[in-house]
Design a binder for this molecule. Structure first.
Ligand code: NAP
Length: 290
């Protein structure tokens, strides 16, 4: 299959590389030439814009930032819809609001393009290792066509339901990971303020009921004070904003998510937005007399 990939940042770059390694011909476009360079070096074909990518392939993936970016890539001037051949499948793997994904899918359908929303979990390491968890919303036939491509990027791709359902699953994932990061940061800050070594606390808790991959992986990075992204704090703020907007729309009470969203707001407001979301620890320390 001929494949296109748009958005070659922390996640998109290794995902596109894994499609190449899987033996697929890959055409790429990114706003900045230096984002495209590693893919061109690895054998991908460069295109002038998103429309040119769409005109050259059977399936186009995008991995950009927010709904406005997906809208621009899909439906903007020289976007995917402008270049699409009949039968093109467009797969957006960014994390955006379910309602936005549904709206973009409906407008693309009017122009003959079938869209899947397919956000991922697993972070940069999962993207590099081709071990992402992929949550898909959309048409079953399109999912069947794209499934062999998902295998190159992920260890599991699950069709959750109709258009937008993949993004609902991802919002659930972000509730769990956002609240989880804050919980680990709170626990470590509590240990430190109590005069206890947080590393010893982590080591003990990994053997108990509080074990989690967040405590194991993010906890170690917190102890190493390695706040290099990874997953930028402003991205997690964006995702908790999606969660809170959906909660408002549905009349839903999400108290832990609401508190977590406020903490991510404060991270961005205090200049930690470009650091990894685990820099939540720094914010809590600052607020507690570190
Ligand atoms: P990133 O490193 O900032 O990469 C995003 C890329 O998209 C950048 O290269 C950016 O180009 C490009 N882009 C953004 N808006 C665009 C537009 N309108 N037109 C063309 N290109 C555009 O972000 P990331 O960490 O890879 O995250 C990408 C998506 O994956 C987000 O939705 C995020 O929530 C989700 N996600 C991230 C992780 C993670 O651990 N990082 C995990 C799961 C899901 P420029 O370089 O020119 O700005």
């Amino acid at each position: 299959m001929k494949v296109g990939f748009i958005g070659l940042g922390i996640m998109g770059r290794p995902m596109a590389l894994n499609l190449l390694k899987g033996g697929h011909a890959v055409t790429v476009w990114a706003r900045r030439a230096d984002s495209m360079a590693p893919l061109l070096d690895a054998g991908a074909t460069g295109a002038a814009d998103a429309a040119a990518v769409a005109g050259d392939v059977d399936v186009v993936f995008s991995m950009v930032a927010d709904a406005a970016d997906v809208e621009q890539v899909a439906l903007g001037p020289r976007g995917v819809a402008d270049g699409a051949r009949p039968g093109l499948i467009y797969v957006d793997m960014s994390t955006i609001a379910p309602a936005a994904a549904q709206s973009i899918a409906a407008r693309l359908a009017e122009r003959g393009v079938s869209m899947l929303d397919a956000p991922v979990s697993g972070g940069e390491v999962g993207a590099i290792n081709g071990a992402l968890t992929i949550m898909v919303g959309g048409d079953e036939a399109a999912f069947g066509t794209v499934a062999p491509l998902f295998v190159c990027m992920g260890k599991a791709a699950t069709l959750i339901g109709a258009s937008g359902a993949g993004q609902v699953a991802k919002a659930c994932n972000q509730i769990l990971t956002g609240v989880g990061v804050m919980a680990v940061a709170e626990a470590f800050n509590f240990a430190r303020k109590s005069g206890v070594d947080a590393a010893r606390v982590r080591e003990a808790l990994l053997g108990g009921f509080a074990y989690s991959r967040i405590l194991e992986n993010h906890g170690q990075r917190m102890l190493d004070r390695n706040f290099k992204p990874g997953f930028k704090a402003w991205m997690h703020q964006k995702d908790m904003n999606i969660v809170m907007q959906e909660a408002h729309r549905l009349g839903l009470m999400l108290p832990s998510s609401a508190a977590t969203a406020q903490l991510f707001n404060a991270m961005v407001g205090s200049g930690l937005g470009e650091e990894d979301s685990i820099a939540a620890l720094k914010l809590l320390e600052q607020l507690s007399g570190a």
